[in-house]
Design a protein. Sequence first.
Length: 309
Amino acid sequence: MLMQNNNENTTAGKTKAGYAAIIGKPNAGKSTLLNSIIGTKLSIITPKPQTTRKRVLGICTEGNTQIVFIDTPGVLNPKYEMQSNMMGYVHTSIEEADCIILIYDVTKFNVSQPIPPELYNFFKDENKPIILLLNKIDLLKDSKDVLPLIKYFDESKMFKEIVPISALKEKQLYKRIINIISNYMPEGEFFYDEDLLSTQPERFFVSEIIRENIFLSYSDEVPYSTEVAIVEFKEREFGKWFINAEIIVERDTQKKIIIGKDGEKLKRILEISRKQIEEHLDHPVYLEAFVKVRDKWRDKPNMLRSFGY
Ligand SMILES: Nc1nc2c(ncn2[C@@H]2O[C@H](COP(=O)(O)OP(=O)(O)OP(=O)(O)O)[C@@H](O)[C@H]2O)c(=O)[nH]1
Ligand SMILES: [Mg+2]
């Protein structure tokens, strides 16, 4: 479990607690935002769209308010059963939320279709407050270029607040976000211990670290056809912990690509992953992984269930 170190929070007086779902198109910066708010790497980030496939919770407790942020997969029109399940996570996250954070990549603004229908459908009938974060403003040639977007979205009357941000570059962003989102949190008891940052088991973080390195190291369809499952995770009292992972692909050709000539490519990826896992767990580990072919796993409910979708 990930914990924070500061114990200065006080729960004296009335407390507020609630959920904020972070939604948006793939690649908009949802996971970057979550990590920036929580101040640690909970969700994996890559330049490729469709990086996040499940829900990732990040818990932020400041003073008398606890906000549980939910990072979600980017909204798309599903082509695979896996993607339908991913969209299911977006649905349940919105259902659970007290407030919706819609994150929008300003560099992708298109006057003819500012919000694509598949995304609009997720919140058009929602009565919950929606906060629009106009992200990646650091990429604009002139910071004033964001003004027409603010005007456009303001006139749509869909959003309680419209806030230009840079999830990647802005230091202290979490303060601004927490200040805003706190206003939309209902009164109530904290859901989680004040020191807790996330609820995902370590196995999840370990598999995501490997998947991130696969996303970063391969191109075309390979990262999208790949899943990582942790088969064994043994914490030992003495010595290294033992982790056995399965890397699942859809075709034999993809298996060859993942492994690389003489196994060199996979070895490199496992080496990088192992270091990052050790840093994350704060413990030395022995990491081994085998590549398996599972035809069309992205469309097979049984397989998907076994991978936690
Ligand atoms: N320049 C710039 N890049 C950003 C910003 N926020 C995110 N990015 C980059 O955008 C890319 C996608 O970021 P993610 O956080 O993975 O986006 P996401 O919305 O979680 O994407 P999916 O999980 O695929 O839906 C990464 O390369 C980030 O570094 C920003 O404010 N400025
Ligand atoms: Mg993401």
